[in-house]
Design a binder for this molecule. Structure first.
Ligand code: HEM
Length: 415
């Protein structure tokens, strides 16, 4: 996409001819380049959209509908096993993902989340602030003299990996291996798979299982002061966590803890570089960083979509959803709903009380939200301070082909 083209919803991409009924097709290259015009048409023309691509599925784009579904216990994870089974068939993806707290309903969800939530409270995360700042300074220090960098490689990718490795107790020396995994893991969350992505998905999850099984075995013998050792103690103390749940949720924390935050830092910096007035404002008023990061989450969220199942017949927006059908809430569309956010296509780092859905809503609200916020705040403010002449190096950006998790391949800049 040309940087000259505004990332708003008014530009009409190819493949979205106004006379044709709007459809949800995240496979179109123009959708990956800029999904917002598609969201806008869905929101105004067919906000509770029966998918023509995904069987028995509905696409919800309005803020009020998405928030309702995420909060209402009639919509849950009952169909997560079927969802992954249909896409991947039997194998590691299904075995592991169906044990993630993210894909469980209460009481399993409550039990699994309670076990790790202490490590993620705002106070526990606040204690990490000095360490995160040291990591940010080290990473930027390593490229400072070069006068140019790829933001993704220099900081957006390594920072969240280093932090989650330290929290969990995973040796950071293996971080190149993790980078190779992360794209394949991200792709497994997309609602549409190809035979190739299925094979890669199973392979990457199997490799992660081998890696973490070995690490868990080591930590069993020599526990350390980290989250994984604490989870192992919980597993050994009885019926609170089975061995397979331990493995699966360790993989969840590890995966959720980096790919998403990588994209918050990358998407946030791209937005700032495209809106020089906002970037100037933030550089002059670094104390605006908290509302700025909330605005990046709203404007170009790293998690675009999530899904729920239902066992009830329910009416939403005049449409009859049948028991057993699937609902996809497009968080990134809800976050640009003009009924909730005035002038939603405008990046405004001073926007107040932004109740965006980028971290979800309800019982599955992102466990790592405080951590992701802190990492992004520290990385972005430090870049602006240390590199005041930061500028994009090329006039095109390449988005990764994944759809559920939206992020850049690279973001080359000079400074
Ligand atoms: C900008 C970064 C992040 C974004 C945008 C994000 C987004 C989300 C969203 C939307 C959900 C809810 C999905 C749903 O309801 O279906 C979620 C759940 C979750 N996130 Fe994050 N996340 C981020 C960073 C992190 C980090 C850093 C961690 C951990 C280290 C993490 C761990 C989790 C976990 C464990 C869940 C499942 C919670 C549950 O099921 O109760 N996330 N995240």
């Amino acid at each position: 996409m040309s940087l000259g083209a505004s990332l708003d919803r008014s530009s009409q991409p190819l493949g979205l001819a106004p006379q044709l009924p709007v459809e949800f097709n995240p496979l179109l290259p123009e959708f990956i380049a800029n999904p917002y015009p598609f969201y806008q048409r869905l929101q105004t023309e067919d906000p509770v959209h029966r998918s023509t691509l995904l069987p028995d599925s509905w696409i919800l784009t309005r803020y009020a509908d998405a928030a309702m579904v995420l909060r209402d216990p009639r919509f849950g994870r009952q169909d997560a096993a079927r969802f992954f089974q249909e896409r991947f068939g039997a194998g590691p993806v299904v075995d592991v993902y169906t044990k993630w707290m993210l894909f469980r309903d209460p009481p399993d969800h409550t039990r699994l989340r309670t076990l790790v939530s202490k490590a993620f409270t705002p106070r526990a995360i606040e204690n990490l602030r000095p360490r995160i700042q040291i990591l940010v300074d080290e990473l930027l220090g390593a490229v400072q003299a070069a006068g140019q960098m790829d933001i993704m490689n220099a900081i957006a990718y390594p920072l969240p990996v280093l932090v989650i490795c330290e929290m969990l107790g995973v040796p950071a020396k293996d971080r190149d291996v993790f980078q190779a995994w992360s794209g394949d893991v991200a792709r497994t969350l997309d609602p549409i798979q190809t035979p190739e992505t299925v094979a890669r998905g199973h392979a990457v999850v199997a490799r992660m299982c081998d890696y973490f099984r070995e690490l868990i075995a080591e930590l069993r013998h020599a526990p350390k002061d980290d989250l994984l050792s604490a989870m192992i103690v919980a597993e050994e103390q009885g019926d609170r966590l089975t061995e397979e749940e331990l493995l699966a949720n360790c993989i969840l924390l590890f995966s959720a803890g980096h790919e998403t935050t990588v994209n918050l830092i990358g998407n946030g910096m791209l937005a700032l570089l495209r809106y020089p007035d906002q970037r100037k404002k933030l550089a002059e008023h670094p104390e605006l960083i908290e509302s700025a990061v909330e605005e990046f989450l709203r404007y170009e969220g790293p998690v675009q979509i999530t899904g729920r199942g239902t066992q009830h017949d329910i009416e939403i927006g005049g449409k009859q959803i049948k028991a057993g059908e699937r609902i996809f809430t497009i968080l990134a569309a809800a976050n640009r709903d003009p009924a909730q956010f005035p002038d939603p296509d405008r990046l405004d780092i001073t926007r107040r009380e932004s109740r965006h859905l980028a971290f979800g809503y309800g019982i599955h609200f992102c466990l790592g939200a405080a951590l992701a916020r802190l990492e992004a705040q520290s990385a972005i403010n430090t870049m602006l301070r240390r590199m005041p002449r930061l500028a994009l190096q090329t006039d095109t950006v390449q988005w990764r082909p994944a759809f559920t998790l939206r992020g850049l391949q690279e973001l080359p800049v000079t400074f």
